[in-house]
Write a protein that binds this ligand. Structure first.
Ligand code: NAI
Length: 684
């Protein structure tokens, strides 16, 4: 920024220039934004505001140059990178896979601070700008063009080396006034109605009120940056640009020092660490290539997994017991692709091509050249063992075998084959295309090469993997979630209402309450899992038969329209009849904070037990698992980051109090007690 500043002063003084073209010397990367450390280290709002003002001042010099300034974008143009481009007078972008354009600041709990909240609404209109600023979404060159951010898309056929020449040609083009006018006119082409709204004060008020309501409904007030960004756009838009920029800088200062921002930055680091982690310490051997994947079982998960393979341009060979079942799997996959087509993320032609990568069979034909088999058949150990023994004899020697089981022992399945070293768990979450987490589970015989191969594979298909070191019940995520849901069940039986429990945990920040989650998972499935967990870990996981009774009555949850809630079309409401199944009833004294503590501290305690037992390698795996597998609120920085923030003292103490009141199951884990005594944290 200092160099750029000096350079711009020199340019301004020159009289021999017709135009300035910004190009990146780094192929496939325009500017990827500010260094995250810079954001993390700011603890004084004045410092934040000052840094923003400095950046704004540099970019204002670009804007003020007496000749046209053009950004020619190829690759990432995000955050401060886009703000630089917005300060230019024209923007061209190459239509390459690497081109990503947007303002992702909100994802780090801050707002754009180098002019983004001011220049973008002025360029493309308030509503369209808010859609970028409040979601942090990144789009490709075509979409950025449609939104009005980009003035021209450079077809991919042009090579990076040709961009300079194209930039210069564009300079010549815009010497022509009608051409110039045409380019400027297409930028803010919002429909006339919204334009009218945006043009007058009252209309804008309506618009911002709506946006604020929508934002609050989504963030529930947990993400202050969203409100600050709205404030920056609203207040700035009615002022001139320099005043707007001042407002933006002040609000950036406010956002950057919030705990939420610091927590979101930590999560950013967590995900970066996952990207670098091979899954095995110091692993350096080659990773095998995966081209064709065998998928066993074409049910809900198998269909989803086949879709995910095809989405990533891998061949999927799906096998089920008959062709009707295979067809259902195809349908499941096609439905996910159709959604993308509807949202214009995929063309119908692309969908066709991707679907063509999925083929099906009722025998094992087509399995002799697969590189990996992912099994997602019925959750019955003997059936899985039999199927794995069969497939083991058919696939090539290098092929890895993986089970998507939620609860069955990996080691036992592996030993049904002749290649237990090439066998592991590969646990996806439902719905497969949406849930980012995958657990890679080691059996007793699983080799390092298999773990590293599956970890690399999970990343290749766009997922976030964590390695589970032991194939104990529930692996990591479902075990921790099990402790949480069992506690919610107990409160129901003590007489708490569904609304009390779900309300308290949604307020805590969970994407949905635990009772609602029973319905989503399917009460039958939840009951089965709870028995498995209870067998393995005892009474803290016990459901006391509550779920079984509900299942017997024919309530399975959302999938059959009736569970704790009743589902009618898109609406749901708590079914008062459900309380007949919940035992004692009566008056429940718990307040929201206690409901939250009972559920959340059970999770923390279970996580501590997992760490002590070596189920995962480090606290970060717990946090990645819970955020990306269950939606544990990111603004809290993760389950164990939250425990650190509250203080291990506080957590252990509160667990002891709860143990006194409700019994042994709250007894703080040995690890927590030690940490408390030694003043340790999960993240030193
Ligand atoms: P599903 O019941 O929808 O599908 C199972 C499919 O396996 C059916 O199409 C069935 O015909 C087929 N099948 C049964 N025996 C077979 C055999 N011998 N050979 C080939 N196919 C056979 O079940 P879903 O929900 O897809 O679950 C599959 C696996 O994924 C289970 O192990 C489950 O624990 C696991 N899982 C399920 C999740 C969920 O949310 N549903 C989440 C994560 C894992």
């Amino acid at each position: 920024m200092v160099d750029l500043n000096k350079f711009l002063d020199e340019l301004k003084a020159r009289t021999d220039l017709q135009a300035l073209v910004f190009l990146s010397g780094k192929e496939g990367n325009f500017i990827a934004g500010a260094k995250i450390e810079e954001i993390e280290n700011i603890t004084d709002p004045r410092d934040g505001a000052e840094k923003a003002a400095m950046g704004q001042a540099v970019f204002a010099k670009i804007d003020a140059l007496p000749f046209p300034v053009i950004a020619v974008i190829d690759g990432a143009c995000v955050g401060g990178g886009l703000e630089l481009a917005l300060a230019c007078h024209y923007r061209l972008a190459r239509d390459s896979e690497k081109t990503r354009i947007g303002l992702p600041e909100i994802r780090l709990g801050i707002i754009p601070g180098f002019g983004g909240t001011q220049r973008l609404p002025r360029l493309i209109g308030i509503q369209r700008a808010l859609d970028f600023i409040l979601t942090g979404k990144l789009v490709d060159a075509q979409r950025a063009y449609r939104a009005g951010i980009i003035d021209r898309v450079i077809p991919q056929e042009f090579l990076p080396q040709q961009l300079r020449r194209l930039g210069v040609a564009f300079v010549q083009e815009i010497q022509n006034a009608p051409t110039r006018e045409k380019i400027l006119a297409r930028r803010n082409r919002a429909n006339p109605q919204t334009l009218l709204l945006e043009k007058n004060v009252l209309g804008r008020k309506v618009l911002f009120d709506q946006a604020r309501r929508r934002t609050l409904a989504e963030t529930k007030g947990h993400y202050p940056a969203a409100e600050l960004a709205l404030e920056a756009v609203e207040k700035g838009f009615s002022k001139n640009l320099p005043e707007g920029l001042k407002i933006e800088a002040g609000l950036l200062g406010k956002a950057i020092v919030t705990n939420v921002s610091k927590n979101l930055v930590k999560i950013f680091y967590l995900t970066e660490a996952v990207k670098k982690d091979a899954g095995v310490e110091n692993y350096s051997a080659a990773i095998p290539a995966f081209h064709k994947i065998g998928v066993l079982g074409a049910g809900l998960m198998g269909g989803g997994i086949a879709q995910l393979m095809a989405h990533n341009d891998l061949h999927a060979r799906m096998k089920d017991i008959n062709l009707a079942a295979v067809a259902k799997g195809m349908e499941t996959a096609a439905k996910v692709f159709s959604e993308s087509v509807k949202r214009r993320r995929l063309t119908p032609k692309d969908m066709q091509n991707k679907m063509a990568l999925i083929s099906g069979t009722a025998d094992y034909s087509g399995f002799k050249d697969v590189d990996l088999v992912i099994e997602a058949i019925v959750e019955i150990l003997d059936v899985k063992k039999k199927v794995f023994a069969e497939v083991d004899g058919l696939v090539p020697p290098h092929c890895l075998l993986a089970s998507n089981t939620s609860s069955l022992p990996i080691t036992e399945m592996a030993r049904a084959t002749q290649r237990p070293d090439k066998f592991a768990g590969l646990h996806f979450f439902n719905p497969v295309h949406r849930m980012p987490l995958v657990e890679v589970i080691r059996g007793a015989d699983t080799s390092d090469a298999t773990v590293a191969g599956l970890v690399a594979f999970a990343k290749k298909i766009g997922k976030t993997p964590i390695v589970v070191m032991k194939d104990t019940a529930g692996f990591l995520v479902n075990r921790i979630l099990g402790a949480y849901m069992a506690e919610a069940g107990r409160m129901l039986m003590e007489g708490a209402t569904v609304e009390q429990i779900d309300g308290a945990l949604v307020e805590f920040g969970m994407p949905m309450g635990p009772v609602n989650l029973f319905d989503e998972i399917g009460i039958d499935v939840a009951a089965k899992v709870s028995h498995i967990l209870e067998n393995a870990f005892g009474s803290r996981m016990a459901g006391e038969g509550m779920l079984d009774k509900i299942v017997e009555s024919g309530r399975l949850g959302k999938k059959n329209g009736k569970g704790f809630y009743i589902y009618e079309g898109k609406n749901k409401k708590v079914d008062p009849a459900i309380y007949a199944f919940l035992g004692k009833g009566g008056k429940f004294e718990g307040i929201a904070a206690e409901i939250q503590d009972r559920c959340v501290l059970q999770m923390i305690n279970e996580a501590a037990l997992c760490l002590a037992a070596g189920v995962v390698r480090r606290p970060a795996d717990v946090d990645v698992g819970m955020i990306f597998g269950t939606g544990f609120p990111p603004f809290r920085g993760g389950l164990l980051r939250y425990a650190d923030a509250r203080g291990i003292d506080n957590i252990a103490g509160k667990l002891e109090t709860l143990a006194g009141k409700y019994g042994e199951r709250f007894k703080p884990a040995e690890l927590l007690v030690q940490m408390k005594n030694n003043g340790k944290k999960f993240y030193p």
